[in-house]
Design a binder for this molecule. Structure first.
Ligand code: IPE
Ligand code: IPE
Ligand code: MG
Length: 232
């Protein structure tokens, strides 16, 4: 029987986050350098995020580069930064608000300039794409705490922390999808993921297709979210 594809999502699925893992292994399997996998990974990132917005997901977050990824060989880090730079040159649509979440301080000033201009140009977009770049969830929480200390607040609420995070204004992710087969979160959205549904697939990120997204969404809709309460 032919698979029926997901037409649109509803209000239960406002935010999907992706841990885009497996680029290096995808390239290795083909006897190619890891950079080749990252190149394909960016292409797939554009296709998958466009698909999610097309089916009505309001907010999509992708983990592009972690605060720990600087440990990789300089050549690989440089290749990833170059690909991001090229991606910024190519993004022309203004219907999606692009936000870079993460610490911009360690990024090259020319890259930050491009990031700022894309964020400015797309700020009226109706749906959101968060690109996590030099992102670490612990660093994000520390940053939020320092922001709140600077305001002189002596009583901090969960709402205050939510608003002070890089993702402030976005609903928590309903679904987090990790490709590449590893069953971990790797310092991604630790606060925001309190009640997210987690979906892990062995598919390597460069092999990810809209059918795989549909499969994850179908699985999401088969789950009962209780948020600590009882089944309705
Ligand atoms: C994910 O793919 C992309 C980044 C972390 C930048 P990897 O580069 O981690 O690929 P694997 O996990 O080594 O295959
Ligand atoms: C997570 O992948 C980070 C990104 C996808 C950007 P990693 O490949 O860095 O994660 P670990 O090291 O396997 O936990
Ligand atoms: Mg990896």
């Amino acid at each position: 029987m032919q698979k029926k594809s997901i037409q649109t999502v509803d209000e239960r699925l406002k935010h999907i986050a992706f841990i885009m893992d497996g680029n290096g292994r995808w390239a290795n399997k083909r006897g190619m350098p890891r950079e080749f996998g990252h190149k394909k990974g960016v292409q797939v990132f554009q296709e998958i995020t466009e698909y999610c917005h097309k089916i009505g997901v309001k907010c999509v977050t992708v983990y592009a580069f972690s605060t720990e990824n600087w440990k990789r060989p300089q050549k690989e880090v440089e290749a990833i930064m170059k690909l991001l730079d090229e991606y910024l040159d190519k993004t022309s649509k203004e219907d999606v608000r692009v936000c870079f979440i993460g610490d911009k301080n360690r990024l090259a000033p020319e890259l930050v300039e491009k990031i700022n201009s894309v964020e400015e140009r797309t700020k009226k977009g109706k749906s959101t794409l968060n690109v996590a770049l030099n992102y670490g969830s612990r660093a994000e929480i520390v940053n939020a705490c320092n922001k709140l200390i600077a305001t002189g607040k002596d009583n901090v609420t969960e709402e205050d922390i939510n608003a002070a995070l890089y993702t402030g204004g976005c609903p928590d992710p309903d679904l987090i999808i990790r490709t590449g087969g590893d069953l971990r979160i790797s310092n991604f959205l630790l606060w925001q993921a309190a009640y997210s549904e987690l979906y892990f697939t062995d598919t390597l990120w460069p092999d990810m297709t809209s059918d795989d997204v549909d499969a994850a969404i179908e699985n999401f809709y088969s789950r009962k979210r209780r948020f600590g309460g009882l089944d309705k």
